[in-house]
Ligand binder design. Structure first.
Ligand code: ZN
Length: 575
């Protein structure tokens, strides 16, 4: 087989089996190497990966918008369980070949560094260990996915209790909070035993690869080349000193606004400003049209990219029977365009989700300027900088006659967004500090010590809420944090990116067009530079310091106070 046989479009792979795909990889594995043919070899390999991942993405999209179609389900499963894992294995072989050749060039340094690291930490003995971890992950998902609570005479899945956590009636939200916490308390022993097993397997895998513990293993495994465990600890300290007191102040304001003596954990979701949730749009067409106006306002180039997504039907936004739950932005690597999937029902959360996913979409457009697929695969720290910055950059454009909000509505949406940012930073620090303790303290395999460590760490980062008499409920919170079970150490990325996004926002307050231009330049770098340089291109610093964090928290608090001062007074909705 020759390379000219590579198909022109992913459509050729839509019904492919692994037997149809394997020869392309085999040809690349066997083709003779010479310095002057490396470019062509890399381009062909990259094109193959583009065609294959786009075909797999289209199958996944097709399935998630129509989960009832057995044929679409089969196509999706063929890619996700048969073709992609085998292609991944073949790709590792090609990466080894590339690294062994000693070939490099400046825009491939970061790619080759990732390839080399994966090869260095790979151990054959760990393949069955990680496969076993996967099985335990599936058990966790089965346990939590089947949890129900009795509500108004029927057993309901826990997500259906969420609206009641926002109820203005305090007794209702307490009942909903207790009902959705109880299943985790009931399963505590089962889940603790499950985690003991996962913990032991992960620590063993780390030792097999020559590391002291799983924390030391995960940093290279997640390609964290630009920050260390000690930097994360500095981040925790900085959050404790700057964010935690600010959150305590805003929770104090919430408590007074609600007219309560003490803020209990079930008082955190209710909107202290409005009795009725905002309704920023009706239909999905309205969501799309208004969003187009928002992005046009942020920058004409982004408006044009969003219009291209509309024209090419790369948006499926409204909640419909048969659609999978959730939302995502998936990149179609061959055509260089993104696809956004959502389940919008008309709430503010839907607007935020679309702004966030659109940030990922604009990243996909910008990074496609990089010729090779690996040069576009950024880590989460850069990916979430794109999405979280867009949420903040878009905020001034949400208000107007043809936009989502009246000026007053925009203020309460902005208030909620800024408060959520501070609350999330404190939560992120607690989840990350807990995982550092689990894998580095030596006691993480002891279920009782683990729960006690969680309580200690949680009270370090969460002040202003009265948990008196709710110790077991508070412990149950970490069992609900699926990242700790399924995606260990994946969380600090959100905190790092949020600090970057707040800096992009700060820059935009002085020079809106300039901040957006630099944001787009950073996105266009894809993964071709180390993280601090990508952040630098966006005009921001990759930082773990209390000094910068204090400045940004101060700015957010100032803005929150200004918005509050403009809010109409309302009688407390506490009791
Ligand atoms: Zn995201």
């Amino acid at each position: 087989m020759t390379v000219s046989a590579l198909p022109a479009s992913p459509a050729a792979f839509a019904k492919a089996t692994w037997d149809d795909i394997a020869p392309y990889y085999e040809e690349l594995a066997e083709r003779p190497f010479a310095p002057d043919t490396m470019e062509g070899w890399l381009r062909d390999w990259s094109t193959l990966e583009e065609l294959l991942t786009e075909a797999a993405a289209l199958a996944m999209i097709g399935y998630t918008i129509d989960t009832g179609d057995a044929g679409k389900e089969a196509d999706h499963l063929r890619f996700s369980t048969e073709i992609l894992p085998r292609a991944e294995e073949k790709s590792v072989g090609l990466a080894k070949r590339l690294v062994a050749s000693g070939y490099s060039r400046p825009d491939l340094v970061t790619t080759i560094q990732r390839f080399r690291t994966s090869i260095e930490i790979f151990r054959e003995a760990n393949v069955p260990l990680f496969a076993e971890v996967e099985q335990h992950c599936a058990t966790y998902q089965r346990i939590t996915g089947s949890m129900t609570a009795e509500w108004e005479g029927e057993q309901r899945p826990l997500p259906r209790l969420l609206p009641f956590l926002k109820s203005p009636d305090r007794a209702t939200r307490e009942r909903a909070w207790r009902a959705s916490t109880a299943p985790y308390m009931a399963q505590r022993d089962t889940m603790a035993a499950l985690f003991d097993t996962m913990y032991a397997l992960r620590q063993q895998a780390a030792r097999n690869a020559g590391f002291r513990d799983f924390r030391d293993y995960i940093f290279p495994a997640k390609f964290r080349f630009d920050y260390t465990p000690a930097d994360c600890e500095r981040f925790h300290d900085a959050v404790e000193r700057t964010v935690v007191p600010a959150v305590e102040r805003l929770l104090g304001h919430r408590r007074r606004r609600l007219g309560l003596d003490a803020l209990r954990p079930w008082d955190l979701q209710v909107d202290p400003y409005r009795a009725e949730p905002l309704r920023p749009f009706g239909t999905a067409d309205e969501l799309v049209a208004k969003a187009r106006g928002v992005f046009q306002g942020v920058s004409p180039e982004l408006g044009a990219e969003f219009q291209a997504m509309i024209d090419r039907r790369l948006l499926d936004l409204e909640s419909r029977k048969g659609k999978a739950p959730g939302g995502y932005c998936e990149t179609l690597q061959h055509q260089g365009r993104p696809f956004i999937f959502m389940n919008a029902v008309g709430l503010v959360d839907d607007v935020n989700t679309l702004l966030h996913e659109a940030g990922h979409a604009f990243h996909a457009f910008a990074a496609h300027r990089q010729p090779l697929i690996w040069q576009r695969h950024v880590g989460s720290e850069a990916a979430e900088l794109a999405s979280m910055s867009m949420e903040l950059l878009a905020a001034p454009h949400l208000v107007g006659a043809d936009a989502f909000f009246s000026p007053e509505e925009a203020r309460s949406a902005a208030l909620e967004h800024l408060e959520d940012i501070l609350i999330a930073l404190a939560h992120i620090a607690s989840v990350d500090a807990f995982q550092h303790w689990i894998y580095a303290s030596g006691d993480g395999g002891d279920g009782v010590a683990r729960d006690r460590a969680w309580l200690r760490i949680r009270s370090r980062f969460e002040r202003g809420v009265d948990w008196d008499g709710l110790e077991n409920e508070r412990i149950a919170r970490w069992y609900r944090q699926l990242h700790v079970f399924l995606y260990p150490f994946y969380y600090i990325e959100y905190g790092i990116a949020q600090l970057g996004a707040l800096q992009v926002w700060r820059n935009s307050l002085g020079n809106g067009a300039g901040a957006v231009a630099r944001y787009r330049e950073a996105l266009a770098l894809g993964a071709t530079r180390p993280l601090p340089e990508i952040y630098g291109a966006a005009g921001v610093t990759l930082s773990f310091d209390a000094g910068l964090m204090a400045e940004l928290v101060g700015l957010v608090e100032e803005r929150i106070e200004a918005l509050r001062a403009e809010m109409p007074a309302r009688t407390p909705a506490g009791s």
